[in-house]
Design a protein around this ligand. Sequence first.
Ligand SMILES: NC(=O)c1ccc[n+]([C@@H]2O[C@H](COP(=O)([O-])OP(=O)(O)OC[C@H]3O[C@@H](n4cnc5c(N)ncnc54)[C@H](O)[C@@H]3O)[C@@H](O)[C@H]2O)c1
Ligand SMILES: [Zn+2]
Length: 787
Amino acid sequence: MSSPEAAQATDAAQVTDAAQAAASMSLGEANERAQELRARIEEASAAYYGRDASIIDDATYDALVRELDALEREHPELQSQDSPTQTVQGAAAGGLPTIEHLDRMLSLDNVFSLDELREWCTKAEAASGRPVRWLSELKIDGLAINLRYERGALTSAATRGDGRVGEIVTPNALRVAGIPERLSGEGHPEVVEVRGEAFIPTQAFHELNALQEALRERAYEDALPRLGEERARKSAANRFPTFANPRNAASGGLRQQLEKKSGLEREAGDARVAALRMYVHGIGAWPDPPVAAQSEVYELLASWGLPTSPHSSVEDDVDGVVAFVERVGGDRHGFEHELDGVVVKVDELALHAELGQTSRAPRWAIAYKYPPEEVHTRLLDIVVSVGRTGRATPFAIMEPVHVAGSVVRQATLHNQDVVRAKGVLIGDTVVLRKAGDVIPEVLGPVADLRDGSEREFVMPSACPECGTELRPMKEGDIDLRCPNARSCPAQVRGRVEHIGSRGALDVEALGEVTAAALTQPSHPAEPPLVTEARLFSLTMDELVPIEVVVRDGETGEPKVDEETGEPVRRRPFQRNPTAAEKKAGATGPQPSKQAQTLLAELERAKEKDLWRQLVSLNIRHVGPVAARALAGWFGSLQAIEEATPQELAEVEGVGPIIADAVVEWLAVDWHREIVQAWRDAGVRFATPGHPGPGAAAEAGGPLVGITVVATGTLEGYTREGAQEAIIAAGGKAASSVSKKTDYVAAGPGAGSKLAKAEELGIRILDAEQFRILVEQGPEALPAVDGA
Ligand SMILES: NC(=O)c1ccc[n+]([C@@H]2O[C@H](COP(=O)([O-])OP(=O)(O)OC[C@H]3O[C@@H](n4cnc5c(N)ncnc54)[C@H](O)[C@@H]3O)[C@@H](O)[C@H]2O)c1
Ligand SMILES: [Zn+2]
């Protein structure tokens, strides 16, 4: 919850800022600002309600409205009756016939923090003069619809419009699954207005966008002979755009004039109506409903066959409401539809009348809005980075933007096909999504805001770091790679960084920055590491003179000295001699603490576990799990080198794909040079005391033909020690539990493997029983209780 809370704090701060700014303005300034705000709000509303397009993001829209509201409160003379703060936005755009609602359709007032929500509830309770029961509902991200039933028959369906007059959408509404043309049961009122939210469920939304993509492709092929490639692509993209969000797709779907469409457009339109659903969330004209609470209204409407939301909840007090808001917030994407908040309503109908309404919203309901997960920002550039494996990945550089608790400025775009599928141009305003801790994603462009200055991204043909021509690794691959694996600086840097990482040799002094210093220093011209072969042979004399350009931790851009305009440089591996050292005769720079730590840690790494050393070779598919399996079985790199592909593949936890990767890797001459250089420098590449591959199995032993998985902390054994004990006894030490597993030895900290063993009914041993097993064999184990 920490990040949404942080974002809320910022929102709240912005609102306070707006209020303070308003207070410090002269009337003239305030008037000017208010006019500017109104113009921007009206422009956004016109696009939103009229064209189903968001030209600014919702949070920005809400902030503009709040700022205007603060100004008008400070300077009441600026407030006019037609201000967006006083009216329901969304007047009919023309094109569709309209109808006057019998009872006005209102909007909702908003709160943006739990404090504000509590405060609002307390005030509403005080105004009620009696305890209030609260009805909490999901704020469905769709559009309001008004269904007028006369004696049980649907006579019109309309959008909200400006609250008084809406657009008639009856033909489409009648095709929405769940909207009955006739109410079931009997005793229906002479006339009743039922209000609800039309929406497109999330799953259906994704399917709809997949269909749009397919139609776009068909439209492109149809138009190709006539228009040529570029224009055909543009025309197809305009006819079948990717929908930015379910709300705008639903609104456009309900308001479209299907009878005017044909061909592919008709197919798209039909699918859009078919995707629509509706949940009831209120009533309009209904002279005297035979129930006393809003929640009972829903029950009655449900009995007439109208769809109601399964997620509403009646709470006795404000704490219950807050708990509901937190619960929903913790699982915001766990519902069948998107939501942007929770609507809290006074349940008792008599209180609705007593509390009344403003020109814009009821006083008996409030919308709590969650921090936004989608924001708009500008796509400044698309640049390509090359990673450890040589893959060239385009990523978006954006104007920094605050979303879901952090500042985002970059997002991966995966490959050139994804860039094209998203349809973004450099210079576009784009929709950026970041939900909680999820990796930020560019969803697509805000095409409405283009001014012609945007340009298409062109995937470079050469590696940006070494100039080698990029190509797919094998036929049919979409990803492009730099084939210069041996000495492309980006790849060497990535591999060196990987060697230092936790899952490999865990060399703390060898992180991203040090890897860059060793492979791409600004001085000397020839870097100490052209490949990783010399990593364990580095000397202090080589380290001390290294100079690097200091980069910004977040953007990766070189830092520039403000006075000289020169890039800031640093020598990470040296320091000035101390007075004492000078006295003792030292003249030049001395090795820094970091240089000493680095060499000392590299020295220690030479004798680390074999599996760590295997991982640090950067062999494809050989991560900690596969490396442990290989190390446990073979006991040395030499044994692995001597093994046939079959022997490698047969090891439990290895298999043919990893075996092939190992064999292929070992066959490359410059890889063998790395191994040789590391060996010469003293890297051990062996587990001391290991009996050798299958040696124990051949010699026989108490565990021949038996597979054991050791998991968790087994007293008296290290992780590798337990594996070695199994192998030494002639058994197979497996890394994952399967039907072929005979025993699972589990100590504290055992997780999913233990659960799997229980599920499969495999015998589980504690540390003591494990010792008996490996020393004396299965027969010596105590009988299973109750067996
Ligand atoms: N991005 C833009 O350019 C832009 C422009 C205009 C409006 N907007 C968005 O629309 C909002 C304003 O629109 P609004 O006036 O419709 O207000 P609103 O969406 O904040 O709240 C009112 C609406 O909530 C809906 N709703 C959903 N679930 C409900 C439930 N369970 N009970 C009752 N009502 C429920 C109803 O349709 C109701 O009309 C803004 O806050 C912004 O998020 C965005
Ligand atoms: Zn390269």
